[in-house]
Design a protein around this ligand. Structure first.
Ligand code: ATP
Ligand code: MG
Length: 437
C-alpha cells in the first residue's frame, strides 16, 4: 500500500525503519506548539503517530506545520527516530511537508473532544464523526460479522442472490410501505426479499441467501427502527419443519459472535465491550410459555397479542435472571404473523423470533407451499390474491416445502455491542426525519 504520499502507516513502523527516511500521510489531529518545539499528532487508517519539529532546526517548516488547520490532510517525509517516551516508540522528524487538503475552520464537529456532541450533530456531520476510532470500530466489527455470515452460509450450501427492490406489490402486507412512482404505474420499495426468495424455492436452487435492504415506512421514531435497514435473509427448501431453520440461524449467530471475538480484539478494546457467545442450542420457548411468564410478572398482555416493546424488555429481564441472553420464541398465534406463515394446529404457526437481551433480532418460519391455502390466508389477512398473481403463479407448478428467516444486521450489532441507538450501527441512517446526509 505504498505510494508517493505514504510508505508506512502509523502502526506498521518497525525497528528496522528507525533512522530511515519514511513517508506518512493522514489527518492533522492535534498540534501542540510550545514555542521552541511543536508536536503534531497525525492520524491515519491504523492509528496515530507523532511528528516532532524543533523551531531552530527549520524555522520555515516549523511555521508551516504549526499553522496548518486541524483535520487538514498532509503527507510528511522525515527521519523516523526511536523515542521510548512517545506512545508508538518512535517519532518523525520532518524535512518535507505537503498539504494535500486544507480543512476549513471552525470544524462542524470535533474529532477528539472530551465531551461527545449530540447524536443529531454527529449524524449531520457523519463524515467527521466516522473519523473517531470508536465509531469506526462498529463498522469494522460489522464487516467481520458479515464476512462470517457469508462464510458460514456458503459452507452450508447457500448461494448468494440479489432480488429486486422496486416491486409491484408489498412484500409483507401491512401499511408500512414506501410507494414510488414507476413511470405510469405505482410501485413499492421492498420491505424484504420475502416474495422473491420464496419464488427461488420453485427453481431448485434450494438454499439461497441475500444481504439486503429493507425499506419500511415505520412511522415512529424509536431507538431500534430505521426506515432503511439491512438484513441477512435466507430461504431453504425441502425442510420438514421450522426446527431446521432455527438450527441454521443459531449456528449463524454463533459463528458471527465467534469471529467477532477472534478478529476484533482491538475494536472491542476501543469500545470496551466483550462479546457474548451463545450456547448452542439456544433455548426455545413457546409463545404460550412467554405469555404465562409475562402475566406472572403482571404484564397486561393477552393471548393473541404481539409482544410490545415493554413485553419484549420484560421477557429479556426474566430470561437474563436465568442467564439466558439469546432465546427463540416459537409457535406464535397465526393471526400475529404474515399471510405466508405456515399454520400449525389451527390457531398456531410454524414461526419463530430470535431475541437477544429483550429485543427481536430475527423472525422466521416455515412458509405455506400449498397455493390454495396460501390464497385463503391472503384473503384472511384482508389482502387481495389478485395483487399477488405473479407470486402465486410460482406455487402452481411444483413448489417444495420451504422456510427461512430475516435477520436484522443493525439490530444484532446494537445488541451485540450494547449500543443504545440503532442509528449508530448504520453509516447514514434514514429515520422519520432524517433523509440527509
Ligand atoms: P419489529 O417488530 O421489531 O418492528 P418486525 O417483526 O416488523 O420487527 P421482521 O419483518 O420480522 O420485523 O424483520 C426481520 C428482522 O429485520 C427483525 O427481526 C429486525 O431484526 C429487522 N428489522 C425489521 N424492521 C426493521 C427496522 N425498521 N429497522 C431495523 N431493523 C428492522
Ligand atoms: Mg419480526
Amino acid at each position: 500500500m505504498m505510494n508517493q504520499y505514504r510508505t508506512h502507516y502509523s502502526k506498521d513502523v518497525k525497528k528496522k525503519d528507525y533512522n530511515q527516511s519514511i513517508k506518512v500521510a493522514g489527518w492533522v489531529e492535534d498540534i501542540r506548539n510550545i514555542g521552541s518545539i511543536a508536536f503534531i499528532i497525525l492520524r491515519d487508517k491504523k492509528g496515530t503517530l507523532q511528528i516532532t519539529i524543533l523551531k531552530k532546526q527549520n524555522p520555515d517548516l516549523f511555521k508551516k506545520l504549526v499553522s496548518i488547520p486541524r483535520e487538514s490532510v498532509i503527507s510528511v517525509r522525515g527521519l523516523c527516530k526511536e523515542n521510548t517516551q512517545v506512545r508508538n516508540g518512535y517519532e518523525i522528524l520532518p524535512d518535507q511537508v505537503e498539504v494535500l487538503s486544507y480543512a476549513a475552520t471552525p470544524l462542524p464537529l470535533g474529532v477528539v473532544d472530551k465531551v461527545e456532541a449530540e447524536l443529531d450533530t454527529r449524524l449531520d456531520n457523519r463524515f467527521i464523526d466516522l473519523r473517531k476510532q470508536d465509531k469506526q470500530a462498529i463498522f469494522k466489527i460489522r464487516n467481520i460479522i458479515l464476512a462470517a455470515a457469508h462464510e458460514y452460509l456458503r459452507s452450508q450450501g447457500f448461494i448468494e442472490v440479489h432480488t429486486p427492490k422496486i416491486i409491484a406489490s408489498s412484500s409483507e402486507g401491512g401499511t408500512n410501505v414506501f410507494r414510488i412512482q414507476y413511470f405510469e404505474k405505482e410501485a413499492f420499495l421492498a420491505q424484504s426479499p420475502q416474495l422473491y426468495k420464496q419464488t427461488l424455492m420453485a427453481t431448485g436452487l434450494d438454499r439461497v441467501y441475500e444481504i439486503t435492504w429493507y425499506f419500511r415506512a415505520e412511522e415512529h421514531n424509536t431507538r431500534r427502527h430505521l426506515n432503511e435497514s439491512t438484513a441477512i435473509d435466507i430461504e431453504m427448501a425441502f425442510i420438514k419443519n421450522e426446527e431446521e431453520i432455527m438450527k441454521i440461524l443459531e449456528r449463524l449467530v454463533y459463528n458471527m459472535c465467534k469471529k467477532a471475538e477472534e478478529k476484533c480484539r482491538k475494536e472491542l478494546d476501543i469500545l470496551n465491550k466483550q462479546i457474548l457467545i451463545p450456547k448452542i442450542p439456544i433455548p426455545r420457548i413457546t409463545y404460550d410459555e412467554v405469555i404465562q411468564k409475562l402475566q406472572e410478572k403482571n404484564s397486561g398482555i393477552q393471548w393473541g397479542e404481539d409482544l410490545g416493546t415493554e413485553d419484549e424488555r420484560l421477557l429479556g429481564e426474566i430470561m437474563r435472571e436465568n442467564n439466558e441472553h439469546f432465546y427463540f420464541i416459537t409457535r406464535y398465534p397465526l393471526e400475529t404473523k404474515p399471510f405466508y406463515t405456515m399454520p400449525c394446529k389451527n390457531k398456531y404457526s410454524r414461526s419463530f423470533d430470535l431475541a437477544y437481551n429483550g429485543i427481536e433480532i430475527a423472525s422466521g418460519g416455515q412458509r405455506i407451499h400449498d397455493v390454495r391455502l396460501l390464497e385463503e390466508r391472503i384473503r384472511r389477512c384482508g389482502l387481495d390474491p389478485k395483487d399477488f398473481d405473479t407470486y402465486l403463479k410460482t406455487f402452481r407448478y411444483g413448489m417444495p416445502p420451504h422456510g427461512g428467516f430475516g435477520f436484522g444486521i443493525e439490530r444484532f450489532l446494537m445488541q451485540l455491542l450494547d449500543i443504545n441507538n440503532i442509528r449508530e450501527c448504520i453509516l447514514f441512517p434514514r429515520d422519520r426525519t432524517r433523509l440527509k446526509p
